[in-house]
Ligand binder design. Structure first.
Ligand code: SAM
Length: 450
């Protein structure tokens, strides 16, 4: 791998005697990771289920409580458990920011640069169905993938927006308890997995990203509540985009200070010779020669002031024309903001019945849905269902499904509710029964091709 010359010089200066080890690490195959959605299943139960179903061996990522290394060839994005939202696939280093940012039940959390949702899905899971998550990305097209990933994870308290951070700051001054900035950056830490990043780096190096990172930090300062926590992360080694960016921010904002983060063996910090105000307890570097992951930087800061938690507020049923939603914390969408997701979209009210949506299916369980068909993973109909095919039922299954309580007040002339298709107790989507046939109602845009 031929590195850009200036980058190589800077890394030699940064790492000195460690540079050969870094250089060698670029020829080592990267580690691949899986992170369990603990809002759906505990890590312990997931491991038992995974083993029982003959899954590829998983080795813990030592610094991520619900993260595991997976063999590359395992191709886990086609696995039905992925489509049931049991896990997210992510580079182990990239799991670190959402692990390090402490999220408490009831928090109002903002992920400012969230697409496609690697960190937002974990922040949402950490909320365990409480509080509020705003997941924003300036790119509306990238925010679509973010919405899908949050829906897959069964998010009930998420809002997805595609906005300029300054616009959010105008509408939500000092509103959020926790803010994550996973900033766009020159991507020096990703050269091993995405060699094309080197070409982008030659075209747009650290100097091109530093101004937008500064703006993001300025907006975040306005959006954060007194006493709130700000986590800034990049996947680059550039001091300009990392510690110097934080140093400049702290100089402009004396109301912010370093907040100690959890320490793990292998985390690194910037050498003192750079002469910046840094703090090894709060600013973490991850290098591929010291840990099994790609390059990453993160800094945890606290805004001064007393932090008073929001009192919990009830979910608000809300409708927009025929569309029905549940709004967490009774939080109404704000006019003028570009939303792609507003709480939990339940479905569309039609004349004869409610057409429940995929987002609703992903939040349902056997306990809160009247008619479920739970297929073992080994049943060939699981993959057929994910491929958007119609399923055939046995006589016995059809009988059982038609005997299930409808969940409707008696005497009402409504159609039978859709069947929730599940695997191993986890939701995949809805289907509509007609005799011995189940018509597929899973979101067609989620159809798997293999
Ligand atoms: N956090 C994401 C994850 O874990 O999946 C990855 C985020 S990626 C490093 C940076 C994101 O910042 C990109 O999706 C990009 O569209 C977005 N972005 C770039 N400039 C932005 C801005 N000014 N405001 C908000 N988002 C921005």
């Amino acid at each position: 791998m031929k590195l850009p010359e200036r980058f190589e010089q800077e890394m030699k200066e940064l790492l000195r005697e460690d540079y050969p080890a870094y250089r060698d690490s670029l020829s080592v195959p990267p580690g691949h990771g899986l992170r369990v959605n603990e809002n759906r299943i505990s890590t312990e139960d997931f491991l038992m289920l995974w083993e029982k179903s003959g899954g590829a061996p998983l080795l813990p990522v030592p610094w991520i409580h619900n993260g595991f290394f997976v063999p590359e060839e395992a191709s886990l994005s086609g696995h039905p458990f992925y489509h049931a939202g049991l896990y997210y696939l992510q580079d182990p280093s990239a799991m670190t920011p959402a692990e390090v940012l402490p999220v408490e039940a009831g928090d109002y959390v903002l992920d400012l640069c969230a697409a496609p949702g690697g960190k937002a899905t974990e922040l949402c899971a950490k909320l365990r169905g409480t509080g509020l998550l705003y997941a924003n990305d300036i790119s509306a097209s990238r925010a679509k993938a973010l919405k899908k990933n949050l829906e897959l994870f069964g998010a009930q308290q998420a809002f997805v927006t595609a906005e300029e951070p300054e616009r959010l700051a105008e509408h939500f001054p000092e509103f959020f308890d926790k803010v994550l900035i996973d900033a766009p950056c020159s991507g020096e830490g990703m050269f091993r997995v995405q060699p094309k990043m080197m070409q982008y780096w030659e075209e747009n190096g650290p100097e091109a990203y530093a101004p937008v990172q500064k703006e993001l930090l300025e907006s975040a300062a306005k959006l954060l509540r007194p006493g709130g926590l700000l986590l800034y992360s990049t996947c680059t080694f550039s001091v300009l985009e990392d510690e110097a960016q934080i140093d400049g921010f702290l100089q402009r904002h004396p109301e912010f200070s370093f907040e100690p983060a959890a320490a793990y063996e292998g985390f690194s910090s910037l050498p003192d010779r750079y002469g910046l105000r840094t703090d090894p307890r709060s600013e973490i570097r991850i290098y591929p020669h010291r840990m099994r992951g790609e390059g990453q930087f993160l800094a945890l800061l606290r805004k001064a002031g007393e932090h008073v938690p929001y009192p919990p507020r009830p979910v608000l049923p809300w409708s927009r024309k025929e569309e029905q939603y549940l709004l967490p914390e009774g939080h109404l969408p704000v006019p003028g903001i570009h939303y792609l997701m507003t709480g939990l979209f339940l479905g569309t009210k039609k004349k004869e019945r409610m057409e429940y949506a995929q987002s609703c299916a992903m939040t349902r369980t056997k306990e809160n849905w009247p008619v479920c068909l739970d297929l073992p993973l080994s049943d060939a109909r699981v993959l057929k269902y994910l491929r958007q095919e119609t399923l055939a039922l046995t006589e016995e299954e059809a009988e059982r499904l038609s005997a299930a309580p409808s969940g409707r007040p008696s005497g009402k002339k409504e159609k039978a509710p859709d069947v929730l298709v599940m695997t191993e107790g986890f939701p995949l989507g809805f289907a509509r029964r007609s005799g011995l046939i189940l018509k597929n109602r899973r979101n067609p845009a989620w159809r798997i091709l293999s």
